[in-house]
Design a protein around this ligand. Structure first.
Ligand SMILES: [Ca+2]
Ligand SMILES: [Ca+2]
Length: 234
């Protein structure tokens, strides 16, 4: 089975199609999905699904060379998912946009769920970025911007996250975190060598806890997320 390649015209590989205003369903469950070139790939409106799975190598790859790849999933409730048994679930070195609508980006990988050496914008709508299975990594200039409306980020790692407008929520896996309030809009969440920089996030909770296990982040302190999902902030 060949990898699926995304181009401005459409996709080809294990299946092929032309981007259109209905739901574009692009799935490769053996060799993954790779963005080709740096011209904008626009999947238009519709509830699109781009789902890549691979044993070795990333499930979904957006390359940087020779120039950064550009993927825009457009309007509608889109789903971008990458899974790898040995590598990064999603390996982004370019630009990913998910447009208006309630979108979901899910990574799952042995190295990281999402290695973001590029830029991700989920834009308007109640978006979810889920990296609980492997975490997130990236260098200082790279970021995920969740845009307008109430968004949810699930997981932890080394990264910059912008919540944008709306009451944005971070759900953490179990562990002991140092929360450092940098300003009224900026917080730093640290555990071990990993540091999550948050801008415009309003709430923190635990992945395994209920709604009552969420707190507003308005001061520095130590946050303990227990195995059962209970949290303690002091
Ligand atoms: Ca969106
Ligand atoms: Ca937001």
């Amino acid at each position: 089975m060949a990898a699926t390649k995304l181009t401005p015209d459409g996709w080809s590989g294990s299946s092929s199609g032309v981007w259109n205003n209905k739901a574009n369903i692009v799935i490769n469950d053996g060799q993954g999905i790779t963005v080709s070139g740096s011209d904008l790939i626009d999947a238009f409106a519709g509830d699109d699904e781009v789902i890549g799975f691979r044993k070795s190598g990333a499930g979904v790859t957006v390359p940087r060379d020779p120039r950064r790849g550009n993927l825009q999933l457009g309007g509608g409730d889109d789903r971008l998912s990458g899974t790898s048994q040995q590598d990064h679930g999603i390996d982004n070195r370019g630009f990913i946009y998910t447009g208006e609508g309630n979108d979901r980006i899910t990574g799952s990988g042995a190295k990281t769920a999402l290695r973001n050496h590029g830029f991700i914008f989920t834009q308007g709508g109640k978006d979810v970025v889920d990296v609980r299975d492997g975490g997130i990594s990236g260098k200082k200039k790279h970021f995920v911007d969740l845009g307008a409306d109430r968004d949810l980020f699930i997981g932890f790692g080394q990264h910059y996250l912008y919540g944008g407008g709306g009451e944005d929520l971070l759900l953490l896996p179990k562990g002991t975190y140092t929360i450092d309030r940098r300003s009224s809009r900026r917080f730093r969440v640290e555990k071990g060598k990993d540091r999550l920089e948050l801008v415009d996030f309003e709430q923190v909770g635990s992945i395994d806890g209920g709604r009552n296990e969420r707190i507003s982040i308005d001061k520095s302190g130590t946050l303990v997320v227990k195995a059962n999902g209970d949290i303690n902030f002091s």
